[in-house]
Ligand binder design. Sequence first.
Ligand code: NAD
Length: 252
Amino acid sequence: MSKTALIVGVANNRSIAWAIAEQLHKQGVKLAFTFQGEALERRVRPLAESVNSEIVEPCDVTDDAQLENVISKIKEKWGVLDVLVHSVAFAQREDLEGRFIDTSREGFTTALNISVYSLIALSRLAEPLMENRNGSILTLSYYGSEKVVPNYNVMGVAKAALESTVRYLAWDLGTKKIRVNAISAGPVKTLAACGVRDFREILAQNEQKTPLKENISAEDVGALGAFLASDSAKHITGSTMYVDSGAHIMAF
Ligand code: NAD
């Protein structure tokens, strides 16, 4: 029987989640998608149809009823789930520029709620469908969790919390044979990335900094995602793996 995957976080064909979905589709994995709001539905539905997806549901990750609905649709249709891809992040624009110290309580809570708590909530709901079948949960992080990247600000703190969340979830879910990992990706031009001030500059500087002197593509992340989702990675859990042309090894 083919494996099944829920992909949360496709906004358009440039999304990292879409690149992972394409690779999983090539491996014969059946895919379910969510979209955040009507505007994105128009982008996500045709993409989902192009890979014969049978489940396409609305899901704002701050809404517990929508999270529950997605999982119940998967339970109805498939009964089980093998892979959960969490590729969601958000911070208010004003919190992605200027001084980090000016982050408001509301901005902090919003960023951590959408970008981190959503992984915990989704994992808890998916656990009964994923247990004891070498399940794999994946999320997306960035090096701004470890080192200061100007303007990344509250999202850096959210990514640090996300990577820690991955470790705690991996411990909780290990006995159910569910693995939990993060991919720390180099910068890729997507809708979310354009919210970070001076992102073009980050891309240009990053290219020069990497040992390979090349930026990565969403397809590179898709390939690692597909590997981590597969049984070839069955003893990899709790990790944050880099796809960044080696940027993370450099001091400057
Ligand atoms: P993207 O804009 O294509 O995807 C971000 C997704 O988050 C969108 O689909 C959006 O709908 C979703 N989202 C935001 N708020 C939501 C909410 N309340 N409910 C449901 N969904 C919500 O951008 P992307 O770059 O593909 O981002 C995917 C992930 O990759 C994010 O976690 C991002 O931080 C991470 N990442 C991106 C880069 C990069 O340079 N692009 C690098 C490293 C990590």
